[in-house]
Design a protein around this ligand. Structure first.
Ligand code: PGA
Length: 249
């Protein structure tokens, strides 16, 4: 059985004034039946990791560079992230692919570098509305995901299916569509990495997950948890989704 996992992505939200949300979250959920990771902006990683210490909460970054050091103004290396106390890193989020032109091969290089530094990558893939409307979504998502995963991927790697049109839109994918996509992703992972590894990899769904749709999404086969954006900012919202995930375990 794959342990259920809930990941919160604060994106470019949150200042020091928001750190008490972390205290509230761990206080309300001291012994969760699912794993929990929160990914605040880079400026808060160290402080967030300090607050999470000793609690059932891991901290992740939202991106990293593919090199250890060098002339890359504004970037942060996996080794620097490790030093903050964070243990995970989101890679290949569609917002980075769109706003920073990140290619599959670049995401793959980042995932390789993250793993080498000791971080667990959370690799994202998802189709845009055009691909969905032209019924191309399975080919596009599985190709994007496989091209974004390095050959040395093992069962600890986490992947997230995030349809771009569902992110921040308030309209999550239907449970039928999620079931089909997650099944296709599991098959694609099996073909590439073999059954043992593919069966260990957690496949998260992301895109407008809220407390009111979480239970139905978590009941879908091959959904091992969620990657949550907007509803991760407040401990009460995120905690309610965690409770739904615990009920599904
Ligand atoms: P959302 O974002 O939950 O706000 O739709 C999800 C994500 O981009 O990870």
């Amino acid at each position: 059985m794959r342990p259920k996992l809930l990941v919160g992505n604060w994106k470019m939200n949150g200042t020091r004034a928001d750190l008490p949300q972390i205290d509230a979250l761990v206080a309300a959920h001291p012994t969760p039946k699912a794993e929990m990771i929160l990914c605040p902006p880079a400026t808060l990683l160290g402080r967030a990791a300090e607050r999470a210490q000793g609690h059932a909460l891991a901290i992740g970054a939202q991106d990293c560079h593919g090199a250890e050091r060098g002339p890359h103004t504004g970037d942060i290396s996996p080794q620097m992230i490790v030093e903050t106390g964070a243990t995970h890193v989101i890679l290949g989020h569609s917002e980075r692919r769109a706003e920073h032109g990140e290619s599959d091969s670049w995401v793959r290089a980042k995932a390789r570098a993250a793993r080498a530094a000791g971080l667990t990558p959370i690799v994202c893939a998802g189709e845009d509305l055009h691909a969905r409307q032209s019924s191309n979504e399975i080919d596009i998502v599985t190709a994007e995901l496989l091209a974004s995963l390095p050959d040395e991927t093992d069962g600890t790697t986490i992947v997230a299916y995030e349809p771009i049109w569902a992110i921040g839109s308030g309209i999550a994918a239907s449970t039928e569509d999620i079931a089909i996509m997650h099944g296709a992703i599991r098959d694609a992972l099996t073909q590439r990495f073999g059954e043992t590894i593919a069966n260990q990899i957690r496949i998260l769904y992301g895109g407008s997950v809220k407390s009111d749709n979480a239970s139905s999404i978590f009941a879908v086969e091959n959904v091992d948890g969620a990657l949550v954006g907007g509803a991760s900012l407040l401990a009460t919202d995120f905690g309610a989704i965690l409770t739904a995930l615990e009920a599904a375990t």
